[in-house]
Design a protein around this ligand. Structure first.
Ligand code: NAD
Length: 496
């Protein structure tokens, strides 16, 4: 069984807290590693080292930073297969999906290679006679990233590429359930030439997170995870004077209008509902069937379900892997039971499917019809392969349902009517909207973030918002008077 340590000052460092957590291969149920769980003292030491590294890193030239980012990008692309295998082994998602998350993370690195352009300020010559005004953006110092289990490579890449390019030192606290991807990235950063201490990994649980949240030398915290923890991170971090962006959970609705292309909508419901076993924050968990498309749509989704091949993510034939832990699998199964008890129609029951290995944390694809907004399968984020269908009579009713929901991460509309789609994009209260696109994760040069209980803070992640989040503005007003003409003036500065 392997042992997963921290990455501090450019090298692996074994933990000293005496606490470890188990890491499983969800496809076999086997415990494959133990990960060190950092104490507050270990976090403090790592932050101290990062603080020193940040001091010289912020002085590095933009071209040097860009060169290191280009080198990191090449290494990440070359080693994407190995990283995908690591993600699959600890998370369970199928290899193609793991490769997909690395490809999306790579795009964030590519965006950050443009840092010389992205950090350009503005300049106003002659704002007053002989006075010039210009703005610059400077790094914050040490910034921390606390990440979820479901994208162990992509979400750290959402954060670290931009944070480091902007001149900060970045401390990653990965999910303790699948921590190896973070260490793999650390080794690549080192090989790319990043100075020691600029990228740090402290593995751990709540104790490590709390230590980061209160540490006076951590200037900002980026968090991605569930809503209750996101709220806690935001409140605790801001109470300790930090800048915080905390992305939370989701309940993403796919509205299917009566004129939608039926096969495209059913295909989208399958891929967005059951891809990564539903463990995506942008997964579609509710299909809102408007009017008389409901019966054919449910039939079309149900007809596709038996073809979804469930198995070990490392087997290229598998399309859907297991859930992250046995406890989570049981919790998701409990929701199917609750849905049935509350009156939903169980069209496909993942608990009964016998098409996957006995060992491992598998659950079959489940389809629930006639779900109502009062049912727990509707109100709660299930985060598993359970798709609910809510039937409504009109566009207005569908919109109301989406807008009344607690979460507002992503949403999608399926229709052939451009006017209806445009109206939806205008009306809907969600941060990311897909028009005939089921998982509208923004490309790297836009920013990712939801509304309502899906995001605490006012900054979305990566892209332009990421640059803004990891830097602070400074405006310089400068005068170079002619020698001999300066005189004392106690009046308020005027520009005219
Ligand atoms: P989680 O909230 O349990 O854990 C996220 C991180 O917080 C981990 O690093 C974990 O160690 C830490 N943590 C957990 N409990 C804590 C506590 N009590 N105090 C301090 N820190 C704590 O989330 P998860 O189960 O790893 O990930 C799944 C969740 O993440 C889902 O809710 C999903 O919707 C959400 N998610 C959201 C987005 C988004 O962009 N909005 C993206 C991916 C995942």
């Amino acid at each position: 069984m392997s042992h997963i340590a921290h990455w501090i000052s450019g090298a692996e460092r074994a933990g000293t807290s005496g606490r470890v957590g188990p890491v499983f291969n969800p496809a076999t149920g086997e415990k494959i590693a133990e990960v060190d769980l950092a104490s507050a003292a270990e976090v403090g030491e790592a932050v101290g080292i990062a603080k020193e590294a940040a001091k010289s890193w912020r002085s590095s030239s933009l071209s040097k930073r860009a060169a290191i980012l280009f080198a990191f990008r090449e290494l990440l692309a070359e080693n994407a297969g190995e990283l995908a295998a690591i993600v699959t082994r600890e998370h369970g998602k199928v290899l193609a999906d793991a490769a997909g998350e690395i490809a999306r993370g790579l795009e964030n690195v590519e965006f950050a290679t443009g840092i010389p352009h992205l950090l350009k300020g503005s300049f106003s010559e002659q704002a007053a006679t002989g006075v010039d005004v210009y703005s610059i953006r400077q790094p914050l110092g040490v910034v921390a990233g606390i990440t979820p289990f479901n994208f162990p490579a992509m979400v750290p890449l959402w954060m670290c590429a931009t944070a480091i390019a902007a001149g900060n030192a970045f401390v990653l606290k990965p999910s303790e359930k699948d921590p190896s991807a973070g260490l793999f990235l650390a080794r690549l950063w080192k090989r790319a030439g990043l100075p020691d201490g600029v990228f740090t990994v402290v593995n751990g649980d709540k104790e490590a997170v709390d230590a980061l949240l209160v540490h006076p030398d951590v200037a900002a915290v980026s968090f991605v995870g569930s809503t209750p923890i996101a709220k806690y991170i935001y409140e605790t971090g801001t109470a300790h004077g930090k800048r915080v962006q905390a992305l939370g959970g989701a309940k993403n609705h796919m509205v299917v209008l009566p004129d939608a292309e039926l096969d495209a909508a059913a295909d989208a419901a399958i891929s967005a509902g059951y891809g990564a076993a539903g463990e995506r924050c942008m997964a579609i968990s509710v299909v809102v069937a408007v009017g008389d498309i409901a019966d054919p749509l449910v039939a079309a989704i149900a007809a596709r379900l038996p073809k979804v091949r469930i198995g070990d993510g490392a087997d290229p034939a598998s399309e859907m892997g297991p859930l992250i832990t046995a406890q989570h699998r049981d919790k998701v199964a409990g929701y199917i039971e609750a849905g049935e008890a509350e009156g939903a129609t169980v069209v496909a029951d993942g608990r009964k499917s016998g098409d996957f290995p006995e060992q491992g944390f598998f659950l079959g694809a489940t389809l629930l019809d006639n779900v109502t907004p009062a049912m727990t399968v509707y109100t709660d984020e299930i985060f598993g392969p359970v798709l609910s269908v809510v039937r409504v009579e009109s566009y207005a009713e569908a919109l109301q349902l989406v807008n009344d929901n607690e979460y507002g991460n992503g949403t999608a509309i399926y229709t052939r009517d451009g006017g209806a789609a445009r109206q939806f994009q205008f009306d809907v209260n969600a941060g990311m909207v897909g028009v005939n696109v089921p998982i509208p994760v923004p490309v790297a040069y836009y920013s990712f973030g939801g509304w309502k209980a899906s995001l605490f803070g006012d900054s979305h992640m990566y892209g332009p918002d990421g640059i803004h989040f990891y830097t602070r503005g400074k405006v310089v007003t400068s005068r170079w008077p002619d020698p001999g003409t300066s005189k004392i003036d106690l009046g308020f500065p005027q520009t005219r």
